[in-house]
Ligand binder design. Structure first.
Ligand code: SSA
Length: 143
């Protein structure tokens, strides 16, 4: 799994067209979303993650939590992003991994939004620009 973490004044998105034949079903209110003062986490779930998705979820949540604590972010935006890797996991595995990351971050006490999976989306991002505002992390199953 490849993650790009951007500490931002805000991230907002708007769903455009389907990028997959069967994208994640979404409600009307999920077609747009915004969080202010947020750690935006762009995630490409990779083929290698398919061997142990639960372990990769645990590792990703730990990395996100570490960065959020360093930059003092209480909100996290989980954003599916298929452009950080050339070895993408299958959509059904990727969606489950992203849903679990969202769930575990909420359990850790963060306010979390997750952008809809399988759609082209317009988005606006305002990076804060401090030394830790742009980070990347890679996590893989150890097995
Ligand atoms: N492995 C993945 N990790 C993260 N997001 C993914 C992954 N696979 C699919 N998606 C989601 O599905 C959308 C489309 O995925 S894509 O790989 O870019 N495109 C496609 O699969 C089709 N357009 C055929 O190429 C992405 O924008 C993202 O929302």
């Amino acid at each position: 799994m490849r993650m790009l973490l951007i500490h931002s004044d805000y991230l907002e998105y708007e769903v455009k067209d389907k990028a997959l034949k069967n994208p994640e079903p979404i409600s009307e209110e999920q077609k747009k979303g915004r969080l202010d003062e947020v750690l935006a986490v762009f995630i490409s779930v990779e083929k290698v993650d398919e061997s142990n998705p639960d372990e990769v979820v645990e590792k990703a949540v730990k990395e996100i939590k570490d960065v959020a604590e360093q930059v003092k972010a209480e909100r996290v935006f989980v954003y599916p992003f298929a452009h950080l890797s050339s070895e993408l996991a299958k959509p059904d595995v990727a969606l489950k991994v992203l849903q679990k990351i969202e769930e575990k971050l909420k359990e850790e006490g963060f306010e979390v939004k997750r952008a809809p999976f399988g759609y082209y989306k317009a988005f606006k991002l305002s990076c804060k620009g401090h030394p830790l505002a742009e980070l990347s992390r890679t996590v893989v199953p150890s097995g």
